[in-house]
Design a protein around this ligand. Sequence first.
Ligand code: QV4
Ligand code: CA
Length: 511
Amino acid sequence: MRFLLLLSALGLCWAQYSPHTKDGRTSMVHLFEWRWVDIAKECERYLGPKGFGGVQVSPPNENIVIHNPSRPWWERYQPISYKICTRSGNEDEFRDMVKRCNNVGVRIYVDAVINHMCGAGGGAGTSSTCGSYYNAHNRDFPAVPYSGWDFNDGKCHTGDGEIHNYNDAYQVRDCRLVSLLDLALEKDYVRTKVADYLNHLIDIGVAGFRLDAAKHMWPGDIKAVLDKLHDLNETWFPAGSKPFIFQEVIDLGGEAISSSEYFGNGRVTEFKYGAKLGTVIRKWNGEKMAYLKNWGEGWGFMPSDRALVFVDNHDNQRGHGAGGASILTFWDARLYKMAVGFMLAHPYGFTRVMSSFRWDRNFQNGKDVNDWMGPPNNNGVIKEVTINPDTTCGNGWVCEHRWRQIRNMVDFRNVVDGQPFVNWWDNGSNQVAFGRGNRGFIVFNNDDWALSTTLQTGLPAGTYCDVISGDKIDGNCTGIKIQVSGDGRAHFSISNSAEDPFIAIHAESKL
Ligand code: QV4
Ligand code: CA
C-alpha cells in the first residue's frame, strides 16, 4: 500500500498531468500577447513574489502577418515555421524569459499550434513575422520544411476540404478548421518536425504545453508526438519529469468528440466550467449560487485531476471558440471578480487566470465587429506593459491578475492547497459560503438583499483580514476584519451593494 502511495505521489510529480509548479503554487496566468521581455520582468517583480505558479504564453513560433484586418491577435494561430520569432520577441528574448521566470519559481507553458499551418487563402510570399517564405497554394513551408505531402488534403472527404459537421469525428480531425491547412499528423515525418519544435522549447526550459485545437487531432497522433518528447530541463526540474500537457478540446456535450478521449495524453480544458459559472453568477435560467454545493464532477464535469479550468479565455472573452453570452470577462468586472474568486477558492481542477488587453469592443447586431483587434501596439509593434504607481497596468493592458481581489485569491488557493471542501452554507438562494479545511473560508452575497449571519468557518480563533476588501500589510488590515471565536464561528455582513460582495479569510491573513 505504502509503495502504491509512493508510486502515485511520484506519478503526480513527474507525469503529464502535473504542472510542475514550485512548492505550493497552484495557478497559472495567461499573459495573452505579452512580449517576452515584459513577462520576464513580471515574473521577477510580481508573479514570483505573489505566488503564481506559471504563465501560459502566446504561440512563440513564426506566424503569418495579416494586414487586413490590421495585425489581428489571431494571426498567431497561423504558423509559418517553428522559428522562435514573433511580435512577442526573438529566441534570445524567449530564452532569457524562461530562465528568469524559472529562477523565481514561475513556469512557462507554451501555446503549441501543431494541428495546422496558415489559412488556405494565405497566399504566397514572405508576409511572416521572421520573413520566412511560404506558399499556401501549393502547401510549401520551406522553413520547416513541409510540402504538399504533409497535409490532409487527400484524407478529408468534404467537398471543399473544410469542417462542416461536428458530429463527424473524421471531418473534425482530417479537414480544415476555418480553412487552416491541416497537418497530416499520422505521418512520422510530421510528428518528428512537431516533436523537434516542442523539444527545442523543452530544452530551453519550458514546463509544458497547451495543445491548441486538440479536438482537431487524433488522440493517437498526439500520443505519438508526446512519446517523442524529451524530459524537462534538469536545471529546474527533477530528472525524468514529463512536460505538463493540457489539450484544448471544447466539449460542451452533444458532439462526436468528447474530452475523455484525450485523458490518456494529459489534462483537458473544461469549457463547461466557465459557461456554467457565468450562467450561475448572472442568475440566468433560474440558476443560483446555492446550486454550486456539488460544483465539479457533480455538475457533469470531467474528473478534477484531468481538468484545466478558467472563467474565460482569449477566445470566448471576445465571442470566438464557445464564446457564449454567459461567459464573464473583465468587461463585467464586479461579477467577474466573484466568479474568479469562487474558482480559486474551490478545489476543482487546475486553475488558469486570464490577463487581457482592452480593445474597442463594438457590438453591431449582437456581434463585436472588433473581435479581431490585436494587442496595444504602435504601427503593429506590441506596446510595453507599463506599471502605474498604484500597481495596475498601463498602455491598454488590463492585468486582471494584478487586481487585488484576484491576486489575493491566487494566494488563498496556495494557502488552502490540499485542504478538503468543508462547512458549506447557503440560504437557498445566492448567498453561499464554504471553507477549505481549517485554512480558509469564503462567503458570497449575490442576492439583492444584505447578508448578515453567523457561520462555522472551521478556522482557529483570531482576527482575520478579509483579502477581498483589503490586504494584510505589516500585521495590519486595510480592509474588513473578521473575528473568529473559539468555536470557529464568525459573523459576516455583506451589503448587496458592496463594491465586491464577498469576503475571504485564510490562515495567513490572520492578524
Ligand atoms: C475565414 C472563414 C473560412 C474561410 C477563410 C478563407 O471563416 O471559412 O475558408 O476565411 O480564407 C481566422 C479568421 C477566420 C478565417 C481564418 C483563416 O477569424 O475568419 O477563416 O483565420 O484565414 C483563432 C481565431 C480564428 C482564426 C484562427 C486563425 O479564433 O478566428 O481564424 O485563430 O487565425 C473551434 C475549435 C477550437 C478553436 C476555436 C476558435 O475547436 O480549437 O474554434 N480554438 C483554438 C484557438 C483559437 C484559434 C484556433 C484554435 C486555431 O484557441 O484562438 O483560432 O488555431 O471551436
Ligand atoms: Ca487536423
